[in-house]
Ligand binder design. Structure first.
Ligand code: NDP
Length: 656
């Protein structure tokens, strides 16, 4: 265990693991709220913010020229989304023999990029190394500009992939999937789509049909806001970080010169992974910046640097399959594998945080008895201390004012919240125009016409930015995260099945929902490098669908009639009830890692503390089914490799 040398926020510094645990507990207890998740509401449910539902980045003059769906259209493969997952699934399907013209993307946005399309706040970056995060680098030959890529570069990369594979014309943009119902006679999905108009309204839904549907819906999509008293009354400019308003701030994503903030008082609520990237940018321009904090993030250094192309070619892109090998090297360290590879290729804040394995599991630590599990939790918490202590020490090194430094220290295990990495965030608080307003874990008391109230003190602000996060991805099924209803065979509702008891095969498919797939991480490999998890899901789905294709080949669709003759691909792929139950039980048997975050400070990761203290065995069993594969990404990859090599498609039915 590392030494515990930091100063506590209140009282004496913890000097032992026991004292530190007590400190963690008191900070946790302070933040636990009886209203849990219901303290938040969707951004769009507040009338004042409804306008943010419209796509601010779409060029309205092109609305009438973009490709659109027509009632009665029929497609082979509908892919819901135009983000990274949608593109990676598309590419893997092309490699499996499906044709470009068989793929049809649907998205409410007007371009490719998903998360990186919507989020365009100043300072936006991905904190996972670009060489492993940016998909298909080998295939596109692209060399990322920096070790960590900016939001613009990531969005442009999505466009690059679409162009390389000639997919740009294959999207129905500004189109929302309303619902999708399986027709078991015609073996097709009957999908209702609503086109969004330039005035913000929607056309009446139309109906299209498709043999396959892929739900690449993303993880964190619906911005949320806390239900703070008076939030509607604020008279100044106010927007969520996920819908940055450059008209208010000035500048653009390409040139974040926030000139309109000169002379203004700006407030930002939240200090999560988004806000810590935004604060340094606001600090450059605002006359006065108030950062309203409920819980400090643990902010380690990022050390971003430009990519030297020659070095990249020599040291990074070392031969075919380099990206996969580098990704595997990365997760070996993050998941605390034993033994670890000799060389730490990525060698950054993630790979020096073995305690992150608390969330994603590994093969080295697989406790089975209650006693072993207890010891494992103790081990993982002790393992975390050294790193989290170093992150707290970093605050003291950077922050000049000791009182501010004390408030910026995270008092929880590093894996309780998204670990953050930034080279300028903490230093922003040394600037004379930046003030940390710590709410001592309680949050904002009230918002008035002119500003915010915290502990009886009013802070005047002209512009208010909500860095208050998104609806938790842990609580809903892939379609449920975006409010789409999926009805499978005999009216089975996918979101209800998911919330009753998650049941999938390999995290990508479910019985009663033939020809429908989605990427993990629930019941699949967990990894902070989410694009790797996406790729593993895409490879598995391409293998399944490609096997159907090999069995049946493709035909020329008939121009009229019904059922299979209208499609090129005349097969169905579905998980069997037995296969998915066996897999779900295997997930449950390794789900001990879920308990490691017991006592963690509330966040979207533990449903704001609602998952704590559950003792009802039925509820616990249900929770265990929503875990990632507890033996880690490497073991998940091995399981899938062996499953594919066996070739008997255990747990899957492919019918012609
Ligand atoms: P978060 O949910 O992480 O942060 C929300 C913030 O709002 C928290 O600081 C929260 O405080 C605060 N908050 C909520 N309610 C109140 C209130 N009533 N008063 C004051 N403060 C309040 O959202 P983010 O958008 O920052 O990040 C979400 C996720 O997006 C990340 O976890 C990460 O997965 C992803 N992301 C990834 C990035 C990357 O580089 N890969 C970059 C940015 C985001 P409290 O902590 O107390 O709840």
């Amino acid at each position: 265990m590392g030494s515990v040398t930091e100063n506590g926020v209140n009282g004496a510094a913890p000097t032992s693991f026991v004292e530190l645990s007590e400190k963690y507990k008191s900070e946790h207890d302070k933040r636990l709220r009886s209203d849990g998740l219901s303290q938040f509401t969707d951004l769009y449910s507040i009338p004042k913010f409804r306008r943010f539902k419209q796509d601010p980045w779409a060029d309205r003059s092109t609305y009438d020229t973009l490709p659109r769906a027509f009632d009665g259209d029929r497609r082979e493969i509908l892919i819901m989304g135009t983000g990274i997952a949608a593109l990676v699934f598309a590419v893997r399907l092309l490699e499996a023999g499906f044709k470009r013209e068989d793929l049809q993307f649907i998205d409410v946005s007007a371009g490719f990029g998903g998360t990186w399309y919507w989020n365009r706040y100043p300072g936006l970056m991905c904190d996972v190394e670009s060489y492993i995060y940016m998909p298909l680098l080998e295939e596109t030959g692209y060399i990322p500009k920096h070790k960590y890529a900016s939001g613009t570069e990531l969005r442009e990369h999505a466009e690059r992939i679409a162009e390389k594979y000639d997919l740009t014309e294959q999207a129905w943009y500004r189109t929302r999937m309303v619902d999708s119902v399986w027709d078991d006679t015609a073996k097709e999905w009957v999908v209702r789509l609503a086109e969004q108009l330039s005035d913000g309204n929607e056309r009446e839904p139309i109906t299209v049909r498709s043999r396959f549907v892929i739900l690449t819906t993303g993880l964190m999509l619906i911005p949320q806001v806390p239900q703070i008293k008076g939030i509607q009354t604020f008279a100044g400019d106010c927007f969520h970080a996920a819908r940055w308003d450059y008209q208010v701030t000035g500048g653009s994503q390409q040139d974040p010169s926030l000139v309109n903030l000169k002379g203004k008082k700006v407030g930002i609520i939240g200090t999560g992974a988004s806000s810590i990237q935004i604060v340094p940018e606001l600090a450059k321009w605002a006359d006065k910046l108030y950062v309203f904090q409920r819980t400090p993030s643990a902010v380690d250094r990022r050390d971003n640097r430009p990519t030297d192309a020659e070095w990249f070619k020599k040291e990074v892109s070392t031969g075919p399959g380099w990206q996969e090998k580098r990704s595997q090297n990365f997760y070996s360290f993050v998941s605390n594998a034993s033994p670890k590879p000799e060389v730490n290729l990525v060698n950054d804040g993630w790979t020096t945080m073995p305690s992150y394995s608390a969330l994603i599991g590994n093969t080295a630590h697989n406790p089975t008895t209650p006693e072993e599990i207890g010891k494992y939790y103790q081990y993982i918490k002790e393992l975390d201390v050294e790193r989290q202590s170093r992150v707290r020490d970093r605050v003291d090194v950077i922050i000049k004012d000791p009182a501010t430094a004390a408030k910026l220290k995270p008092w929880y295990s590093g894996f309780c919240k998204r670990p953050c990495f930034h080279d300028d965030y903490l230093d922003s608080f040394n600037k004379p125009n930046v003030q940390l307003v710590d709410t001592d874990g309680k949050g904002i008391d009230e918002i008035t016409e002119k500003g915010l109230v915290v502990q009886g003190q009013h802070y005047d602000v002209d512009v208010l930015i909500l860095g208050t996060g998104y609806k938790s991805p842990f609580l809903f099924s892939p379609p449920g995260r975006v409010g789409v209803q999926i009805l499978g065979r005999n009216g089975a509702d996918l979101d209800k099945k998911w919330t009753n008891a998650v049941t999938t095969l390999h995290g990508v498919m479910s019985h009663d929902f033939p020809n429908m797939f989605w990427p993990g991480f629930i019941q699949a490999g967990g990894n902070p490098n989410y694009t790797y998890t996406i790729n593993q899901g895409a490879l598995q789905v391409a293998h399944l669908m490609g096997s159907g294709l090999k069995k049946t080949g493709s035909t020329t669709p008939a121009s009229s009639g019904s059922g299979s003759s209208l499609y090129k691909y005349n097969f169905t792929v579905e998980a069997t009830a037995e296969g998915e139950e066996n897999w779900s039980m295997a997930v449950v048997s390794h789900a001990h890692m879920l308990g490691a975050s017991s006592g963690c400070t509330p966040s979207y990761m533990n449903a704001e503390g609602e998952l704590e203290g559950v003792s009802d065995p039925a509820k616990l069993a249900k929770m265990a089914r929503s875990a990632p594969w507890g033996r880690g990404q490497a073991d998940f990859d091995r399981v899938l490799d062996e499953w594919r090599a066996k070739g008997d498609f255990e747990g899957v039915e492919i019918k012609t």
